[in-house]
Ligand binder design. Structure first.
Ligand SMILES: Cc1cc2nc3c(=O)[nH]c(=O)nc-3n(C[C@H](O)[C@H](O)[C@H](O)COP(=O)(O)O)c2cc1C
Length: 316
């Protein structure tokens, strides 16, 4: 299956593993890349040297391309932006802002820049500033979200930009991939399903919580202050919502969640920790290796799309 994205990123399958904070470290990224997708290392709030270390460890595990997600609001964003150049990374996705400031440096290093966007306006703007593609992320996603759904956002962005669109949010199997392609996407980015992969270092309690989740088990916190985050309901989300309804300030609420994603991911505290996951958690029911997941999904998507028989629209 060839699209502009598989060609651009030199990957076999049009599947990207989201750069998830604390989750997307070298084992997961390398396993996804080895399986033919694109694995990303999540820069999150980590210092540049920690990201460098992760990149190098991933390279021991795979010779295939890996990418890095640069979280632009991180206090270390500037350092991480330089590290990806120094380490010869070929693809960067960016979250939480506008990567304009780093565009010249990255482009002259031959890096493909793919911002994550949650609106048509931002997608247009990113294209204008030289982005190579965009990830259109709907509010079904785990983690920080926008307001539009994947179903509405992907076609609206695909209609107005000429760079390729990668769909994210609520995609968890071959049907989701086929649907995303029907909406105009040329690849998908998935987070929640990869959290439970065998190669993911996430604590077993976290994986189990996702596997047991039902369709309505996620909640969005932080809407009142314009920083919505989707995670699975637990004591933490209930406490957050209570304080939010009491009108607590953004700073007070931030303090409540400080370090709680790490606590859930590494220590398995799925009660008081933050269990970021998307709505598709309700459908994620099995632990598998990344290779099994990717091949199963691509097989299903190919059958649905008759990819062996036809060449769809804009795809190469
Ligand atoms: C635990 C978790 C942490 C995440 N952290 C980040 C992050 O640091 N940066 C980012 O751009 N996206 C982050 N995301 C979003 C993913 O990269 C991806 O776009 C999203 O999970 C796709 O939606 P899905 O969960 O429905 O598959 C995170 C998602 C999850 C589940």
């Amino acid at each position: 299956m060839k699209t502009r994205i598989t060609e651009m990123l030199e990957i076999k399958y049009p599947i990207i593993q989201g750069g998830m904070a604390w989750v997307a470290e070298h084992h997961l990224a390398a396993a996804v890349s080895e399986a033919g997708g694109l694995g990303l290392i999540g820069g999150a709030n980590a210092p540049g040297e920690a990201v460098r270390d992760e990149i190098r460890k991933a390279r021991v595990l795979t010779e295939k391309p890996i990418g890095v997600n640069v979280m632009l609001l991180s206090p270390h964003a500037e350092d991480v932006a330089k590290v990806v150049v120094e380490e010869g990374i070929k693809v960067v996705t960016t979250g939480a802002g506008n990567p304009e400031k780093y565009m010249d440096m990255w482009k002259s290093a031959g890096i493909r820049v793919i911002p994550v966007v949650a609106s048509v306006a931002l997608a247009r703007r990113m294209e204008k500033y030289g982005a190579d593609a965009v990830v259109a992320e709907g509010m079904e996603s785990g983690g920080h979200i926008g307001e539009q759904t994947t179903m509405t956002l992907v076609p609206q962005i695909a209609d107005v930009v000429s760079i390729p669109v990668i769909a994210a949010g609520g995609i968890g199997d071959g049907r989701g991939i086929a649907a995303a392609f029907m909406l105009g996407a040329e690849a998908v980015q998935m987070g929640t399903r990869f959290v439970v992969a065998d190669e993911s270092i996430v604590h077993e309690n976290y994986k189990e919580r996702i596997i047991k989740a039902k369709d309505i088990d996620s909640a969005v916190t932080g809407r009142t202050h314009g920083h919505p985050v989707r995670c699975l309901r637990n004591q933490m989300t209930r406490e957050y919502t209570r304080l939010e309804q009491e009108g607590k300030s953004f700073e007070e609420l931030e303090y409540l969640t400080l370090g709680t994603l790490r606590k859930a991911v590494q220590e398995g505290d799925v009660t008081g920790g933050t269990v970021m996951a998307g709505q598709i958690a309700g459908m994620v029911s099995r632990r598998q290796s990344c290779k099994e997941m990717i091949e199963e999904m691509m097989g299903e998507a190919s059958r649905l799309m008759h990819w062996d028989l036809c060449t769809a629209g804009q795809h190469i």
